[in-house]
Design a protein around this ligand. Structure first.
Ligand code: NAD
Length: 331
């Protein structure tokens, strides 16, 4: 099957080629993301293979169908960048990678939490400049603290398990509570209780119209003063302007972001030699108690291997006309 692979980085090519050895598809790689300007590149391909910041809105999907494309294969879990209703209307199937390594993302969330709490990012820079002073580096014990996990699915549960291992009390919030989460020794709580008692809030729910800006001025005002916020899920969950105000007032004690609302314009490329036009991002990274990583939580050898193998299997299922194990449908 002919597949146009968008946003193809060197590591994507290496791991997709390795996985494709067993499947034999014709993969054509494009550096550019899929969007209205690049969609013409997909003409004549049966499928497009896309990542988190590619755009498969209704216009792009219509252009894809005109070019003969019948499958959108996401090489990620989230599917907020695909208009599923338009895909269904146009007869375009959508598949994703449901479960590659929840550990990769949960472990990165923990790494970011530890770094922001113990000021590792500042200590790293200081000691490189022979500054061994401790002023401004004080954190707090995680032991005994209360951690809120918003979205208690696969990643949220791994994160919860790790935090329980630190001796934290873990509270969960989920639209669809799961017994597996409670079996870990955590419990569900209402947003008000989470707000009043959580020292740390970590986001692990998908971005949907319902969860858009779930962290906003109101929820931040309800939070415990000085709480730490970790977002490794999707940038749109957080109202960035509101978070900046909460950081300025001290209401939010620290912020660790692996994802950012406007990340499509900056992430996954080296812009170190350019002037960044995004003032909000520049303001964010100027805070000493904020760390940003460029959507790298998934980026482990194990996760990429599984992502690529599953993506190739998804393509082969479509080609073989068998039921699609990882199909995403409009609800
Ligand atoms: P999952 O489907 O296993 O879990 C998501 C959970 O969120 C489910 O329990 C679901 O019930 C819950 N949820 C849905 N709507 C909700 C709402 N309105 N309020 C509260 N909870 C709600 O997904 P997962 O594999 O754990 O992944 C979670 C998210 O992590 C993905 O949607 C994706 O956005 C993000 N992610 C990020 C990276 C990264 O590299 N940063 C990598 C993979 C996934």
């Amino acid at each position: 099957m002919k597949v146009a692979v968008f946003s193809a980085k060197p590591y994507d090519r290496e791991y997709l080629n390795a996985a494709n050895a067993a499947e034999g598809h014709q993969l054509k790689y494009f550096d550019d993301p899929l969007d209205a300007e690049t969609v013409a590149l997909a003409a004549g391909h049966d499928a497009v293979c896309i990542f988190v910041n590619d755009c498969a809105n209704a216009d792009v999907l219509e252009a894809l169908t005109r070019g003969g494309t019948r499958l959108v294969a996401l090489r990620c879990t989230g599917f907020n960048n695909v208009d599923l209703a338009a895909a269904e209307r146009l007869g375009v199937k959508v598949v994703r990678v449901v479960d590659y390594s929840p550990n990769s993302v949960a472990e990165h969330a923990v790494a970011m939490l530890l770094a922001i709490n113990r000021r590792i990012h500042r200590a790293y820079n200081r000691t490189r400049d022979s500054n061994f002073a401790l002023d401004g580096l004080m954190g707090f014990d995680l032991y005994g603290k209360t951690v809120a996990v918003v979205g208690t699915g696969k990643i949220g549960r791994v994160f919860a398990k790790i935090m329980l291992g630190f001796g934290c009390t873990v509270l969960g919030y989920d639209k669809f509570p799961s017994p597996e989460f409670e079996a870990l020794g955590a419990r569900y709580a209402k947003p008000n209780e989470i707000g009043s008692s959580a020292d740390i809030i970590s986001l692990h729910c998908p971005l949907t119209p319902e969860t858009y800006h779930i962290v906003n001025e109101t929820s931040l005002a309800r939070a415990k003063r000085g709480a730490l916020l970790v977002n490794t899920s999707r940038g749109g969950l957080v109202d960035t302007e509101a978070v900046i105000e909460a950081l300025k007032s001290g209401q939010l004690g620290g912020l660790a972001l692996d994802v950012y609302e406007q990340e499509a314009d900056v992430f996954f490329r080296d812009l170190s030699g350019t002037i960044i036009a995004d003032d909000v991002l520049q303001r964010l990274v100027s805070f000493p108690n904020v760390i940003v990583t460029g959507h790298q939580a998934f980026f482990t050898q194990e996760a990429i291997t599984t992502i690529c193998q599953t993506t190739l299997r998804n393509l082969s299922e479509f080609e073989g006309g068998v039921p699609l194990t990882n199909e995403v449908k409009a609800s």
